[in-house]
Design a binder for this molecule. Structure first.
Ligand SMILES: Cc1cc2nc3c(=O)[nH]c(=O)nc-3n(C[C@H](O)[C@H](O)[C@H](O)COP(=O)(O)OP(=O)(O)OC[C@H]3O[C@@H](n4cnc5c(N)ncnc54)[C@H](O)[C@@H]3O)c2cc1C
Length: 441
């Protein structure tokens, strides 16, 4: 069976062997539970796992449309890094320094929480502390990063700005990088993180159903309908990030959560001589200050990963031709960072689906006054640590320990646009961003 929304190219990602682990069964009839979680990415897995940890008697069912590990949570670049919402200088301007401080502090804790969870669950996902540099290739971006580092310092955070001497010592091949901000971060294998969390959740008694896509939500009864049955639950958590608008009954989100596809490519393993030229021995993750081609990291087997190239993906569908076109696009970007890799081609290319909002804040929201139904997601591409942390906080709220998840932000202001307008305007906006991000060698 080829489930809708599950990528045929999944076995070719950098992270997971195929088949990766034993598939759990699909839903085959009607059932009931205390809490149903829709979506088996990091948000859903963390919520389920933490619910069983804080209240083992709660009967938790997790429904995943495809295989766990083959959504964005298992396909991303594995940079478990802080930061949340719009750029920190914009947060200070519009929401004040106390708010910006609390938001960044939350994201720092989220990184530690994720690292702690990996350790306590004994998950083998090659996690290492490598840091993440946000780098500027253009003068305008260098000025932005200079100001940004000053804002973090004024808020009391140790987020150093790295100048040319440090950059050349670490990345001798890259003359183009003007400056960088160094964030604390872990690098890990996201596919194995998901599979490890799935195992931990199963061990704690979560009932996981793969290949069980929720097609419809009946808000009056709370029932979730899948192809072969329905699930009645006292509480429901929608943790599907960019796919929330594709569930009948949640159409209201179609103009709020914008589904965007992000592409990633890996190169062949670099030779020792090639590695010597580029340096990068610390192996930190990198994040470009430009909006469109913006994440890089070395992999343990000597290959490099580069990603970005965002496209609007209404109905989760992405033109497969784009994958072929993205390969040279992304490896072309690689040579901007490392000119010696000018001839590098992509070994593999894949994409994953992101949920984005216009105000760039994630959504953590009860859908009804009784707080029976929740919507959590739209991480705007920064979900690895945040999804895990919010899963914990939501679990505490559902278990009755807190009224609301204790996140420092709330998103009632999330702008909703008519879907027709989004369909027309977003591709143009992304196209414009792509154009303005282009740099020639
Ligand atoms: C290429 C790429 C690189 C990225 N790099 C990074 C990075 O380095 N660092 C970082 O922090 N973030 C990164 N991200 C973003 C990060 O992966 C996401 O923010 C995060 O994984 C979102 O987790 P989630 O659980 O909310 O959503 P998802 O991982 O999208 O999980 C949602 C799950 O719901 C399932 N689903 C959808 N609809 C239904 C339905 N109707 N019924 C049942 N199940 C359904 C999907 O199959 C999916 O498995 C990257 C994303 C991509 C695509």
């Amino acid at each position: 069976m080829q489930p809708h929304g599950c990528r045929l190219d999944a076995p070719s990602t950098a992270w997971l062997p195929f088949p990766l682990d034993e598939v759990t069964s699909a839903v085959t009839g009607d059932m009931t539970c205390d809490v149903a979680i829709v979506g088996g990415g990091l948000t859903g897995l963390s919520t389920a796992l933490h619910l069983k940890t804080v209240e083992p008697r709660i009967d938790v069912v997790l429904l995943e449309a495809g295989r766990i590990g083959y959504g964005a949570s298992g396909l991303n670049s594995g940079q478990c890094a802080p930061r949340i919402g719009p750029a920190v200088e914009r947060q200070v301007r519009s929401l004040g320094p106390d708010f910006a401080h609390a938001a960044y502090a939350y994201s720092l804790d989220a990184v530690e929480l994720t690292a702690g969870l990996v350790n306590t669950c004994g998950i083998d996902c090659d996690m290492r502390e490598a840091g993440q540099w946000q780098v500027a290739l253009r003068d305008t971006d260098a000025i932005t990063l200079e100001k940004r580092a000053a804002v973090y310092r004024a808020l009391g955070f140790d987020v150093p700005l790295l100048g040319v001497d440090v950059l050349r010592a670490s990345l001798p091949d890259s003359r183009r990088i003007r400056n960088a901000i160094a964030f604390p971060a872990r690098l890990l294998n996201p596919g194995r993180l998901c599979v490890g969390l799935k195992r931990a959740a199963l061990e704690r008694g979560v009932r996981i159903f793969e290949y069980s896509r929720v097609l419809r939500f009946a808000r009056d009864t709370g029932a979730l309908h899948v192809d072969a049955g329905s699930i009645g639950a006292s509480r429901v958590v929608f943790a599907v990030d960019g796919s929330v608008g594709s569930i009948d009954g949640l159409d209201t989100f179609r103009g709020t959560v914008l589904p965007v596809a992000a592409f990633a490519a890996v190169t062949r393993p670099l030779s020792a001589a090639e590695r010597d030229v580029i340096g990068w021995r610390q192996g930190q993750g990198m994040y470009d200050a430009r909006p469109m081609f913006n994440f890089l990291r070395p992999l343990d087997d000597g290959r490099l990963l580069i990603g970005g190239g965002y496209r609007h993906a209404p109905g989760e569908k992405v033109d497969l031709d784009l994958r072929t076109r993205s390969a040279p696009d992304l490896t072309g970007q690689l040579s901007l960072f490392f000119p010696s890799l000018r001839e590098m081609t992509a070994d593999r290319v894949w994409h994953g689906l992101l949920g984005c909002t216009l105000n760039e804040w994630p959504i953590v929201k009860a859908l009804d006054a009784e707080r029976r139904y929740w919507h959590v997601g739209a991480w705007n591409g920064h979900g690895v640590a945040l999804a895990v942390a919010v899963g914990r906080d939501l679990a505490h709220a559902i278990a009755g320990h807190t009224a609301m998840p204790s996140v420092p932000w709330a998103c009632p202001r999330t702008t909703s646009l008519p879907p027709a307008l989004v369909r027309a305007v977003l591709p143009l906006y992304l196209g414009w961003l792509r154009h303005s991000s282009q740099l020639n060698i």
